[in-house]
Design a protein around this ligand. Structure first.
Ligand SMILES: [Fe+2]
Length: 318
């Protein structure tokens, strides 16, 4: 069955798979139902699940694909340029495992990807970036576009996700400096991922859209997230999709993998993360930093002794 409903074109916008092939397949099955005409991928293909080659090869086999790379690919490709003994830190075990696991061809392919791209389709222009300097890393800081702040807010003052969505929108539109920056965006789609939180804003003729994370959702909804971009008679608009997938299967397979053997603590955090949709890794990394600072250590990554101590003492939930 295909949902053919008179739209001129439909594209899938997918981000932050983090190696989760089970989630990716569920998302691609859903996208196929909509008869998509092409795919945009926003990076972070690898890290937390044991299928980096399958994920890269599955994406490369799709028709009409546009890809950029994310910070996970950058970390991993950095291993090639650095003294690899530095990567023996337990903190970096998952990324190092991915580096060793990926075929040379896939590594070389990831290296060819740009960090940002402006792409023209027949119907619209789309700018692809893994993160957003304005929405995520710039000033003023929009707290609810950061997964740890989002989690903290939901745990301390629960709200419906849609209320937080509008709260951020209001904060942006009430700040003259932010409105000025928004006005500078050209017409078309400005797509970004990175924070694993789906979000969107239409301002003038620009559509800003974050599809959320396919593989490791952090908006307290553990389904796999992506967006459709639909081209209709009245223009282009995104449609947020949230897809149920076999989370248990992904967890069981992770536990059986070489990745789990090399990074058991990290993998257990990831398992908790995909079961809850909560930024468990982020909370642990804050705890790790605090533990290191209490011991008078400011280097990052931390040495393995501090990592083990923090892993032993860490208690979740928040
Ligand atoms: Fe990511």
């Amino acid at each position: 069955m295909r949902y053919s409903d008179g739209f001129k074109a439909t594209y899938a916008l997918i981000s932050d798979i983090h190696g989760n092939l089970v989630a990716l397949k569920a998302v691609l099955d859903d996208a196929a139902l909509w008869g998509v005409d092409g795919y945009f991928f926003l990076g972070d293909y690898i890290q937390d699940f044991p299928w980096p080659n399958d994920v890269v090869e599955t994406i490369r086999s799709l028709p009409n694909v546009t890809m950029i790379r994310g910070n996970k690919e950058d970390y991993m490709l950095g291993i090639r340029l650095e003294d690899q003994s530095k990567w023996n830190y337990e903190q970096y075990a998952p990324i190092y495992w991915n580096f060793k696991e990926l075929s040379l061809e896939n590594l070389n392919f990831l290296e060819t990807l740009p960090t940002a791209k402006l792409h023209k389709t027949e119907h619209f222009e789309i700018k692809l970036e893994h993160s957003s300097e304005f929405f995520i890393s710039g000033q003023p800081r929009f707290e609810l576009l950061h997964s740890i702040d989002f989690l903290k807010r939901m745990k301390t003052r629960p709200a419906r996700e849609i209320e937080l969505f509008f709260e951020t929108r209001r904060k942006i539109l009430c700040d003259p400096g932010s409105v000025r920056k928004l006005s500078e965006y050209p017409p078309g789609i400005n797509a970004f991922g990175h924070n694993h939180l789906p979000w969107m804003l239409v301002f003038n003729d620009a559509v800003h859209v974050n599809p959320g994370s396919c593989g490791v959702s952090l908006n307290m909804d553990p389904r796999a997230h992506y967006s459709l971009i639909r081209v209709g008679a009245k223009g282009v608009f995104p449609v947020a999709r949230r897809i149920k997938y076999d989370i248990e299967k992904a967890c069981v397979q992770l536990k059986k993998s070489g990745l789990y053997k090399e990074a058991p603590h990290w993998s257990n955090l990831v398992i908790r993360e995909i079961q809850t949709g909560e930024d468990v890794v982020g909370v642990f990394l804050r705890f790790l930093k605090q533990t290191a600072s209490e011991l008078g250590c400011s280097s990052w990554p931390v040495d393995n002794q501090i990592w083990s101590l923090a892993a032993e003492k860490f208690v979740y939930p928040y």
